[in-house]
Design a protein around this ligand. Structure first.
Ligand SMILES: [Zn+2]
Length: 179
């Protein structure tokens, strides 16, 4: 059985915990009984060499039915943000698994139609690309039905590392001005 993994533990164990939870639920809901044949790795964008500027997430099929999803910490400061990005990228994973979405030599193949000179790495103009619109639909479906609950559970940790750093700075400031 293919085993999923995350590379987020070094960043923040709480984020890693809820991302793993989202990954498991989204995967079961998207792939059903085929979920066991698919492996998904969630990784930090820092592990990707040519990450497109401005993108919060990116997906690559590393080998057949092994997908790697990269998430950008900068654009996903809360666990909720991360879950939204994860759900969107998993929408792509489903379409890639079904071969509805393929990165081919000349561009992107979406349901038999070639979009020349395009790649999954493009960060701009995603609203004109039908596979992005479709992934957005799947994101909304996953988040509304399953992700929101995880997000709610994660609320005490929602702020993540940035918020903790921010709070520490504020406290320092307050202490300094109280003197
Ligand atoms: Zn996308």
């Amino acid at each position: 059985m293919a085993k999923d993994s995350t590379f987020y533990s070094a960043l923040d164990p709480k984020r890693a915990y809820y991302i793993r939870k989202g990954l498991k639920v989204f995967k079961d809901k998207l792939f059903g009984k085929n979920a066991k044949d698919i492996k998904i790795t969630v990784a930090s964008s820092k592990l990707h060499q040519n990450f497109p500027p401005g993108a919060a997430g990116l997906i690559e099929e590393q080998e057949l039915n092994h997908f790697v999803i990269y998430i950008v910490h900068k654009y996903t400061p809360t666990i909720n943000d991360m879950l939204h990005t994860l759900a969107h990228e998993m929408g792509h994973a489903k379409d890639m698994y079904l071969k509805d979405l393929e990165q081919v030599k000349g561009g992107i193949m979406w349901r038999g139609r070639l979009f020349p000179n395009m790649s999954l790495h493009h960060a701009v103009q995603w609203e004109i690309r039908p596979w992005e619109v479709h992934a957005e639909g799947l994101r909304v479906f996953l988040m509304e039905n399953y992700g929101q609950e995880i997000s709610k559970e994660a609320k005490p940790y929602q702020a993540g590392r940035d918020e903790a750093e921010y709070k520490a700075k504020q406290t320092k400031k307050e202490n300094a001005s109280n003197k």
